[in-house]
Write a protein that binds this ligand. Structure first.
Ligand code: MN
Ligand code: MN
Length: 324
């Protein structure tokens, strides 16, 4: 019997029953005593096109019901090594985006003070800036692995500085990032000018556009990412729209020609060994997710982040040994 919280198993309660928490883990009031806390941020008032991400945390929790505790590919067994629970949602102000970002920073300041590492169920991408502000207070500037179709470095959107297309510009202004350890992967689509991506390059960030990734394994990319980040604290922010809409149509700002689900797994599994201090999965919009697949993929990617948190050993599966 493990001393750690365990997800409710499918042989103890049917998977369509039981608690609607992330992975059917116990719910907790606070992050006290936790190594990792799953947290929802139900917001979509930072979106610029199709909304609906306010419903993301609940849908990701629901679609996480099939997740079993052991990772068959990497050998990770996170619930043997970490105390994990679902601490519910941040009580955002759904009528005021600027108040909401301050509410988020204060909430994460509390979680970090209790010693837990947050894994966040979004919510639109605005939420990463206030989380990075709290991270900066605790750790100083962090390395960033940002997977997205979009750079999210706009100076303003519709004249506003707080929006889901601006979080990394704001985090940069606030000194939250280690500029030579920022990686943006999967960027693509139409823009206003080359500067949409080149601004980041000008700050020393590494931008890996989606076209560079097409048809390739990303294992080699992640080797280089790990080498450049070293032992710096690193935050992972995963926008589900980095995936091709063939895989993940349930999101608000769709771009053609994206990453595959297996490339997403390679990216997150390639973070093993890094000093990960937190992560998020954002932009799942259930009203556009007719099959639930987008939320289901989001739930899986959050589980994969849990599997690479510090303290979880990796024992990769035995492959066939066949050359093909
Ligand atoms: Mn984004
Ligand atoms: Mn995006």
């Amino acid at each position: 019997m493990s001393r750690f919280n365990q997800p409710l198993g499918g042989n103890d309660m049917p998977r369509f029953g039981g608690p609607a928490t992330m992975m059917r883990l116990p719910a907790a009031e606070t992050a006290a005593g936790l190594d990792v806390a799953f947290i929802g941020v139900p917001m979509d008032h930072g979106t610029s096109n199709r909304s609906g991400t306010r419903l993301g945390p609940r849908q990701i929790r629901d679609e996480s019901r099939m997740l079993r505790p052991f990772n068959m590919a990497t050998g990770a067994a996170p619930f043997e090594h970490l105390q994990v629970a679902d601490i519910g949602d941040v009580p955002v102000n759904t009528f005021d985006l600027k108040k909401t970002v301050d509410i988020i920073t204060a909430h994460y300041r509390g979680v970090l003070a209790q010693g837990a590492k947050p894994l966040t169920l979004g919510g639109d991408h605005t939420l990463t800036w206030p989380i990075l502000r709290a991270m900066n207070e605790k750790h100083g500037p962090v390395a960033l692995i940002h997977i997205d179709a979009h750079a999210d470095i706009n100076e303003t959107m519709f004249g506003e500085t707080v929006a889901h297309g601006c979080p990394f510009r704001r985090a940069w202004e606030d000194g939250c990032l280690i500029n030579d350890k920022v990686f943006q992967i999967g960027l693509r689509g139409t823009g206003y000018s080359p500067d949409d991506f080149d601004w980041a390059r000008g700050q020393g960030w590494t931008v890996v556009q989606a076209e560079e990734c097409w048809g390739k394994s990303l294992v080699g990319l992640m080797e280089q990412v790990r080498a450049k980040i070293g032992d710096a604290p690193v935050y992972i922010t995963y926008d589900i729209d980095s995936l091709d809409p063939a895989f993940a149509p349930g999101t608000g700002t769709v771009e053609v020609g994206g990453l595959t689900t297996w490339q997403a797994l390679e990216i997150i599994r390639g973070c093993a060994g890094l000093n990960i201090v937190g992560g998020d999965l954002v932009e799942v919009s259930p009203p556009y997710d007719m099959t639930g697949n987008t939320a289901l993929i989001g739930a899986n990617l959050l589980y994969e982040m849990l599997c690479v948190m510090p303290g979880v050993p990796q024992k990769p599966s035995r492959w066939s040994g066949l050359a093909f």
